[in-house]
Design a protein around this ligand. Structure first.
Ligand SMILES: [Zn+2]
Ligand SMILES: [Zn+2]
Length: 208
């Protein structure tokens, strides 16, 4: 999933729409971020050390400039009682406050997360990231429990690539495939050629 910043406001209707999107997409940036950003992993309390390490240590191979923060409490305003889950856009807004143009922060959570989309006001997702921006969040909740390490890492790369400005990709084996409510992570084998080229231009250390 991604949050895409809206184009400039031109009419009254767009203004109302834009306010709603800007609130949910707070922290997203209108311009493409610089290359070679430091990535900051921020776990939320409840997620296992094993799941944190699975993501952090593999991400270091793609970008050696990483920081692992100690687990922190979830922001109370992100809790959505009627769904008994957390709003991914609220978590992103919270995380974005700790970042700047030269960093990207990725939140790790074990609870279910959701966002608003064209189909529903509370749509469960595996992850959500600004496109582009400096924050994203991923959850273990909807992953295959026997393959969490592998799937969590693929999800991290997907959302971090969104924050770099990379959109979804039509290639079914590419990490940038749109999940569209499902979990196709096992079918994804890597970034396709064009997504790889884009990310390498941003300083990602990916194989050809
Ligand atoms: Zn996505
Ligand atoms: Zn691709």
């Amino acid at each position: 999933m991604q949050i895409v910043p809206l184009p400039p406001i031109r009419s009254g209707f767009l203004f109302v729409f834009a306010i709603a999107m800007l609130l949910t997409g707070a922290g997203c940036q209108p311009n493409l971020p610089p290359a070679n950003r430091v990535f900051v992993v921020q776990p939320f309390k409840g997620i296992s050390t094993e799941d944190i390490k699975a993501v952090y240590e593999k991400l270091l191979k793609v970008n050696p400039k990483g920081v692992l923060k100690p687990p922190t409490a979830l922001p109370l305003n992100a809790y959505y009682r009627s769904g008994n889950r957390y709003r991914a856009d609220s978590i992103i807004s919270y995380l974005a406050k700790f970042g700047n143009a030269d960093t990207v922060i990725i939140g790790l959570i074990n609870h279910d997360i959701s966002t608003r989309n064209v189909k529903a006001t509370d749509w469960g997702v595996m992850g959500l990231g600004c496109q582009p921006g400096n924050a994203c969040v991923i959850s273990t909740y909807r992953l295959n429990k026997t393959k969490i390490a592998d799937q969590f890492y693929k999800l991290a790369l997907h959302e971090l690539a969104h924050t770099q400005g990379l959109p979804h990709c039509p290639n079914k084996t590419c990490f940038m495939r749109d999940a569209e409510g499902g979990n196709y992570l096992d079918e994804e084998t890597g970034f396709c050629k064009s997504c790889t080229a884009f990310l390498k231009s941003k300083g990602w250390q990916l194989p050809n």
